[in-house]
Structures are given as structure tokens and as C-alpha cells.
Design a protein. Structure first.
Lengths: 242, 268, 303
């Protein structure tokens, strides 16, 4: 551990000028990272809670139209984010069905659209993962006296690496998309530079629009680092076997 | 010692796990036809017969995987499928089953073997148990004992994936034994195993029987049936053509087809 | 966006009351006021120049209300107002503002400020329009030489103005030299810079981005004695609470009041980027122009 830290010191030193040259205020960047993580992690959490039961249901029951449902899920994995943004826009807009809750230009609306984007990805990958679990494992759990829920939990545990991959893919899709959060979130930062609905992706878009490509690149590097970091943490928690 | 007591008991008068006039099929194809068979505690019943004759379906009916199309499944003379779901779960939890494949969970040997006890705890107890386990070694008397029966007492902390096929099957056996069921259903448990591992499993069957478990074993190995069984059921094309004490069935079966099968003349 | 918070406060308050047995809760009321926000939809030009940050910070200091500014371009900003998703709209396309008011979505329009449009283009100036006084002639020259021209193509105020100039010049722009970017001003300036090509830009955005660009001004606007056709007046309109009952009308009017007050206009006057003033206030006047309150061609005879 100590060796690791000391070996990192020169690297940190070489980064110092980079940090000093940081072209924006700390608060600005921190609040953008916070909003990005808050929106995407919340969306992915809700997506996961919805996706897993769907994946289990679709994976382990036979019903007419099952093929169609699977095709629908797989199509959803590649659904264009701007279209999702538009659909959520019409839903949460003042004149839409959820208009009374006044969700336009809020993080809640952004969570909704990222939820719509991430759910098919997590469902699709989890479905493939739970479908690949051998029937024998289910039989064993049932034969030992497992209830339906016990058996489902065993399958989820057995498929954990695949499910983890699905969640990561969903998170990757959520945190790196720009189309829908721009439409429903509005890329708002308050006048003191604190992000309200500005995410890393919409901030990058704004900086590029204003020709500040260096700033955009730095924000892009932060985004990539963040995604790598989250992946790393999840891989570590999951035993590094994805 | 135990061997000598075989055939000296009055069968049929006791409680146990029983199929009564059961017929069952899948997708319109009949698999079992009018089966009546009892497994009592403290005996081993071998179910023999050519492959594809319905042995697996019979065992899975005994394990409550399916509800029989006609006829009844009884546990200690109670019709299981008229019970409430909760009561039926309690019946299921008196039964253990080992399959041809080990079907171990992708975790440690200990977690596999303690799974039966784990799911018998209430959710609150599961949480408490989980919390108390943090930083502690999880030890369970039953798990250690069950592993000892199959000669794998020192494998507790190993990951299931590191085991050989024979060892995995022995863990699967221990897993079914650890929650102390009253009945043990074995579906061709040794057909993929070498003689050494087969011997361990057969010893374990003997131990289970001695502890008072009712064991039903489906096997295509006539010698194995002779080694372990108190009673033998011979199946052919979904019917039970012979059912009686092992000694009699092997030496003097009533049904000429059973005779042929036992002599190895009936080949499918 | 206040309604949602009111809803939450009301729910929380209701639960507290139910639990505590109906004691009045003053804290809830206070939290509600402090939490208020005003949603302003506006054009990319006011936003990207940084002017709004100045104005909004001052407004927030004074009123304790957060302004959530959404930069969209004139067409989208008005459309958001139409659906009742914003409380106040600040744009620069009088014809579209008038339509917005005529359709009943906007009330209490004020002239706010102006700057001007300029035609920018590359140093080698293939259409030879540098220094022209007549922007229609310059556009004609661009079309005749088929020099690359990048249009916003996004229904923004700048786009509306550009189309008006083509119209004036009697040209229907088409061909490979005419490219519709469908993007904001900043992106279009970047494109014009990279291509290179000509484009119509508002002076504010151009100045704030000038240091990153190689293209420069070819035809000046009225601020530098260019043609009046290139004038770029900004207006501000409140969303009609009669059409959208959730519109935060009182805050919208506070905002309009503030930005058209002497203090607000001074902030606009004093706002500079790289030493240059970007916007010129025009709200405070001894003799107000009555036409600013109604559609330009409106007469009292109209029903």
C-alpha cells in the first residue's frame, strides 16, 4: 500500500500544473459531476429494480408473444436517445400527461429519460445471463425446499456476472448520452456556476458550441475517467470476473 | 450388519412417501401409467429399468416437481396436493434430491451445503445470520457432518468450481443430507462417476438409510441396485412390472420381462 | 418549476400535520419562498455571451429566487413557452414574438436591448464583400460567386434575420455552397471558421468567441454604422397566466421589471467581453415606444 502511494506521488506532481490550469471553477465541475452521477446512478438503480424481475419473468416463463417481447427488448437497447428525450418531453411537459407535476427541466425528468434508455440494456443483458443458467441449478434449489423467491434469488446470484455486465452497460449508456438530458433537462446551471441540470455530456456540448474545445476535452477526460472508475469499483466488488 | 436385516421387515404397513395409481404425461404423451409405489423411512428402494422408461419422472413426482395428472402423492398417508401451499412447502422440505449432475451453485462448498438450512430461516434470521457472519467464520455442525459422510470434511472453504466431477457429486449428496430430510431421492447419482466415487456415494446411501431416511434411487446399474436396495421396483414402458423385496425380485421375479431385464437380455 | 416543490411541501406539510395533530408549520411556508425558481427560456446568444449569468446573479441577490436559464434558440424558446414549460421568454425575432403574443401565449412584452448582426467570413474574402455598406448586395455577391455560406438553419432569431435578408436580396439560396447547420451560433461560427465560409452572426457571440476564430467581420452592423437591416433587437415576454395557470407570472414580471429597470439596464450597459460592449440597453426611455407592448402592426381598430 505504502509503495503504491509513494509511486503515485511523482505522477500526482506531474498533474499539478494541469490542475492549476483548470479552466473553470471547482464548484462548477464538482456540481456537474454530482448531477451526472446522481441522475445516472439513480436511473440505473431504478432500471435494475425493474429490469431484473422482467428478465426473470421473460426468461423463465413461456407465453404467446414471448419472441416479440424479447425482440422489443433488444430493439430498445439501441433506441436513439433523442427520440427517448422527445417522448419524455411530451410526457413531462406542462401539456403532457405528467404536466401537473412540473417535471420539465428537472433532474427527475432526466432520470426518467435515462431510465427509459438504460432499462432495455439491463433487461436484455440480464435476460441473456439468467437464460444461460442451467435448469439443473433451478431444480437443485427447488428440490432443497426453496420457494419461488429463493429459486429466483439463486438464479440472480448465479447470473451475477452477466447481470453486473448489464448494469454497467446500462450505466455507460445513461451517463454518456447527451440527446435526451439536453432536451428534458435544459442544461441549466445557476448564475453562480452551480449545475442544476447540467451533466458532463451537456457541458461538453456547450463548451464545444462555444468553441472552447480544450475545456470540452478536459470534461470529456473526466467523463471517461468516471466511467472507468465506476466500472473498476463494480468489477472489484463483483470479484473481477466479468 | 445392515445388509443382513434386509427383507426381514413387514413392508407396506408403514407411513412414507407414496404414489397411488399415478399416471402422468407431458404434452399429450403418457410417461407413467398407474404407478403405485411406497418409500418408507429406513429403507432403500431401487428403481430399475431401461432408460426412457419414466424413472426420472417418477422421482420428480415424488419431489413435487409436478402434480400428477391422475392419482395421488401421499406423505404419511396425507394427499400432498390437497394441502395448502405453505403445508406443501413443509412436505417438500422433508425431501432431499440428488440429480445425475451435481448442479452446484457457483460459490463455496460450505455455502452449497448450508443452502438448505439457509432457506429454512425466516428473512429476519437470514439477515441476522448474514450480519453475524461478517468477519466470522461460518460454522455449522450439520454442514460439517454432512461433508464428513461423503469424505470431504476438509473441502468446506473451497470454491465449488475447483472440485472434480466426483467430488462435486459428493458435495451435491452432502447438500441434500445437511438439512436432515426424511426422504432422499437419487436420480442416477453415480452414472457419471468412477468406481471410487461411486463407492463413497453408496456408503453414504447406507449411512442415510441407517439414520432412518427413506431412500429411493433410480439406477440402470443392476449390481448397484443389488448392493444398496431393500426393495426393488422394475419399470418398463411407464409401468411398474415388479415391486418387492430385493432378494425375491433378483432371484425369482413374477414378471417374465423383469426376469429378462435382470438377466440382461432385455436391451433397449 | 415551483409547482412541483409546492406539491412536495404541501404533501410533506400535510403528513406532518396529520402526524403532529394539526399544528401550523411556519417553516414550510418559508422554505417554499426560498425554494422558488423562475424558468427562463432564451436564445443561445444571450446565454453563451455570459450576459445572463451577470443579470441573473443580481436578480437572485435581490429577490432570493433562482433563475433557471435554458438556452434554446428563439424558435424553441418560444415553443417551450407555448407549452407552459417556462415562465418568461427572452428572444430576438420580433415577427415570432408578435405571433407568440397574438396567439395569446405571451403578455407584457418589453423592448430589452439590442446589438447588431454582422457578416463574418474568411480573410481571403472570395466574394469580395469586405466593407460593403449594403448587406443585400453582399449576400448577392456571395450567391453569385457561390462562396460557402453557413446558415444556422434552426429557426433561431439569427436564422429568421438571415432569411429576411435573402428575401430582401431577392435570392432563394440553394446549392452546395449554402449549408444549413441546424446548430447554435457558437457551433456555426466554429463551422464557418473550419470550412471556411461566410455566416451571419450576432455581434455578441462573435466577440465572445473572437479569440478562437480566424474569420473576421466583413460587413458591419448598425452599431458600427452598418445598414439598419442588420439591427438585432431583443425582447422579453412573460408567459400568459391566463393560458397556463402554472406559469409563474408574478416572478416573471419581477424579472422583466428588474431587467428593464435602471439597475438591470446598467448591468447590460456595463457588460463587456474582451473590452467590448456586447449589448445596448433600450428599455429605459422618457418617451417609450408604445409599439413595444403589442405586435408591431397592431392597431386599436383590431378586435
Amino acid at each position: 500500500m505504502i509503495e503504491l502511494v509513494s509511486s503515485l506521488v511523482p505522477i500526482a506532481d506531474s498533474f499539478t500544473p494541469f490542475i492549476v490550469d483548470f479552466p473553470f471553477e471547482r464548484n462548477y465541475v464538482e456540481s456537474i459531476i454530482y448531477v451526472s452521477l446522481y441522475v445516472s446512478l439513480t436511473a440505473v438503480l431504478i432500471s435494475t429494480l425493474v429490469s431484473l424481475p422482467i428478465a426473470m419473468l421473460v426468461g423463465f416463463s413461456e407465453f404467446p408473444g414471448k419472441g416479440f417481447v424479447v425482440a422489443l427488448i433488444n430493439t430498445g437497447m439501441g433506441f436513439p436517445s433523442v427520440v427517448v428525450g422527445l417522448v419524455v418531453l411530451f410526457t413531462v411537459s406542462n401539456e403532457g400527461p405528467l404536466g401537473t407535476f412540473d417535471l420539465m427541466f428537472t433532474t427527475e425528468a432526466m432520470i426518467m429519460s435515462q431510465f427509459v434508455l438504460a432499462t432495455p440494456v439491463i433487461t436484455g443483458v440480464s435476460l441473456a445471463a439468467v437464460s444461460s443458467i442451467e435448469d439443473g441449478v433451478r431444480d437443485a434449489a427447488y428440490a432443497m425446499g426453496g420457494t419461488r423467491l429463493d429459486v429466483a434469488l439463486v438464479i440472480i446470484k448465479e447470473a451475477r456476472y452477466g447481470i453486473m455486465t448489464g448494469i454497467l452497460a446500462g450505466l455507460g449508456r445513461a451517463i454518456s448520452e447527451v440527446g435526451s438530458v439536453l432536451i428534458v433537462g435544459g442544461n441549466i446551471a445557476s448564475s453562480d456556476g452551480t449545475s442544476v441540470t447540467r451533466t458532463l455530456t451537456t457541458a461538453i456540448q456547450l463548451e464545444a458550441r462555444q468553441g472552447r474545445f480544450e475545456t470540452a476535452l478536459i470534461l470529456g477526460a473526466i467523463l471517461v475517467t468516471l466511467v472507468l472508475l465506476v466500472n473498476g469499483i463494480v468489477l472489484r466488488l463483483g470479484g473481477g470476473r466479468v | 450388519m445392515i445388509q443382513q436385516q434386509r427383507g426381514e421387515r413387514e413392508w407396506g404397513a408403514n407411513d412414507g412417501l407414496a404414489l397411488k395409481n399415478v399416471s402422468h404425461g407431458f404434452d399429450g404423451t403418457d410417461v407413467l401409467d398407474e404407478i403405485t409405489l411406497t418409500v418408507e423411512q429406513g429403507e432403500t428402494v431401487a428403481i430399475i429399468g431401461p432408460s426412457g422408461t419414466g424413472k426420472t419422472t417418477l422421482l420428480r413426482l415424488l419431489a413435487l416437481f409436478y402434480r400428477p395428472d391422475t392419482g395421488t402423492l401421499e406423505m404419511d398417508r396425507t394427499d400432498v396436493w390437497t394441502l395448502s401451499e405453505r403445508e406443501r412447502l413443509n412436505v417438500r422440505r422433508r425431501i432431499g434430491m440428488v440429480f445425475q449432475e451435481a448442479n452446484l451453485f457457483d460459490t463455496t462448498v460450505r455455502r452449497n451445503v448450508s443452502y438448505g438450512q439457509h432457506i429454512r430461516r425466516s428473512w429476519t434470521n437470514r439477515l441476522n445470520h448474514w450480519l453475524s457472519r461478517i468477519g466470522n467464520e461460518d460454522t455449522s455442525q450439520e454442514v460439517a457432518e454432512a461433508l464428513d459422510v461423503v469424505g470431504l470434511a476438509d473441502a468446506e472453504t473451497q470454491p465449488a468450481t475447483s472440485l472434480s466431477g466426483g467430488e462435486a457429486q459428493r458435495v451435491a449428496f452432502a447438500r441434500a443430507l445437511a438439512y436432515e430430510p426424511d426422504f432422499l431421492l437419487l436420480d442416477e447419482p453415480t452414472s457419471d462417476l468412477d468406481p471410487r466415487n461411486t463407492a463413497v456415494i453408496e456408503d453414504a446411501i447406507e449411512t442415510a438409510r441407517a439414520r432412518g431416511l427413506g431412500v429411493a434411487i433410480a439406477t440402470h446399474d443392476m449390481n448397484q441396485a443389488e448392493r444398496v436396495a431393500d426393495r426393488v421396483a422394475v419399470m418398463l414402458e411407464g409401468r411398474l412390472i415388479e415391486f418387492g423385496p430385493a432378494e425375491r425380485v433378483f432371484t425369482n421375479p413374477d414378471d417374465p420381462r423383469a426376469r429378462k431385464f435382470i438377466d440382461g437380455e432385455l436391451v433397449y | 418549476m415551483i409547482q412541483r416543490r409546492e406539491f412536495l411541501v404541501a404533501t410533506a406539510g400535510g403528513m406532518t400535520a396529520a402526524l403532529a395533530g394539526c399544528t401550523a408549520d411556519d417553516e414550510g411556508e418559508n422554505a417554499e419562498i426560498l425554494d422558488e425558481t423562475l424558468t427562463l427560456t432564451t436564445t443561445t446568444s444571450t446565454y453563451d455571451t455570459g450576459l445572463l449569468d451577470e443579470v441573473n446573479a443580481a436578480f437572485e441577490d435581490r429577490y432570493g429566487v433562482a433563475v433557471e436559464a435554458v438556452a434554446q434558440g428563439t424558435g424553441a424558446a418560444l415553443e417551450t413557452g407555448r407549452s407552459g414549460d417556462s415562465d418568461v421568454v427572452m428572444v430576438h425575432a420580433r415577427s415570432l414574438e408578435d405571433e407568440f403574443i397574438r396567439d395569446g401565449y405571451g403578455v407584457n412584452r418589453r423592448d430589452l436591448m439590442f446589438n447588431d448582426f454582422i457578416v463574418v467570413g474568411p480573410e481571403d474574402d472570395p466574394a469580395e464583400i469586405d466593407g460593403m455598406d449594403d448587406v443585400t448586395e453582399a449576400f448577392q455577391a456571395i450567391a453569385e460567386t457561390e462562396s460557402t455560406f453557413i446558415s444556422r438553419g434552426d429557426e433561431s432569431g439569427t436564422h429568421t434575420k438571415e432569411l429576411a435578408i435573402w428575401d430582401e436580396a431577392g435570392i432563394e439560396p440553394s446549392g452546395e455552397w449554402y449549408r444549413e447547420a441546424g446548430s447554435g451560433m457558437g457551433e456555426v461560427l466554429n463551422q464557418a471558421n473550419q470550412t471556411p465560409g461566410y455566416t451571419l452572426a450576432d455581434r455578441g457571440t462573435f466577440i465572445s468567441q473572437q479569440s478562437e476564430l480566424d474569420i473576421s467581420i466583413r460587413v458591419e452592423g448598425p452599431i458600427e454604422r452598418g445598414p439598419d437591416l442588420l439591427a438585432n433587437p431583443y425582447g422579453i415576454v412573460a408567459v400568459n397566466p391566463g393560458v397556463h395557470e402554472n406559469a409563474n407570472y408574478d416572478l416573471a414580471m419581477s424579472y422583466i421589471g428588474f431587467i428593464t429597470s435602471r439597475e438591470g439596464q446598467e448591468i447590460i450597459e456595463e457588460y463587456t467581453v474582451e473590452g467590448e460592449q456586447l449589448f445596448f440597453p433600450e428599455a429605459v426611455s422618457e418617451n417609450p415606444n408604445f409599439q413595444q407592448y403589442v405586435p408591431e402592426d397592431w392597431t386599436p381598430d383590431e378586435e
